[in-house]
Design a protein around this ligand. Sequence first.
Ligand SMILES: [Zn+2]
Length: 306
Amino acid sequence: MTEKSWTILVVPHNKENVRKISIRPGLITFFSVLCIAFIFAGIYLTVTYWNDKYNLFKLAKLENENKLLLQKVKAVDKGIAQLSGGIGKLLEENQQYRCIAGLQFLSEDIIEAGIGGIAPGGDPYLFEIDSHLAKKLQNQDTQLDALLRKADLARQSIKDAIENIKATSDKWAHYPSIKPTKGYISSGFGRRLHPVFKKMQFHCGIDLKTSEGFPILATADGMVSQSAKRGGFGKTVTIDHGYGIRTFYAHCSEIYVSEGQPVKRGDVIGRVGHTGRTTGAHLHYEVHVDGVPKNPLNYILDSYVP
Ligand SMILES: [Zn+2]
């Protein structure tokens, strides 16, 4: 049996003879398969080419991103160093505040407590890709945690110090600390021979001998609790300074303040005189703490004398 074949007629448009080309079906199948293979190969090569091109573009983009991120990591390192310096300075100033406030310095143990070691965790995926970078980032986390803790400690400590300074400065403002008038001490605190009665008595204050009419100053902030004549003391002023402290001024010639009036340290409250039982113009000055008379000399600080 003869194999069937295909005949292709080639008819020229001139007077040449018609040509016959006989093709066997096997050959047609072979060429068809070859064509399809070429088409698929073409598609595959095109896709692979564009895919490679896309991957290269993606890689370049990732490399750029990586470069930028490494720059950022360096910038964060720099920022951490600056922040560390700033917080260190803040902690130093904090110690000065604590000193002024009469508080103890924060010890290194307290400042460094809980600081050290490496922060737990870290990105395990990043560790696999780039352990050096992963460690660096983990170290930055550790440093930032420590700085946040130190900043919080400094903030709280300065707040404590300022509150303490406020409370202390208020107390100091109400603490008798100056001489109530210029003059020399003619009679001290304690037992003495009374200048008028000529017998031993306890002198609850000091006598400051000076000229009549010299101004008498309030020795601390407070409120006038009494402004009155009191027997042998003559014209007197009592100031309540709070904190259980009172001061008493006697034998005044004039009084410029009245009960309930607030006064500041250094305010002129009256003038030296010799009202009451005296041997001459002087100021009798007393300081009482919780109702107990104290030696006024202990409440006159040289540096505070006006
Ligand atoms: Zn006296």
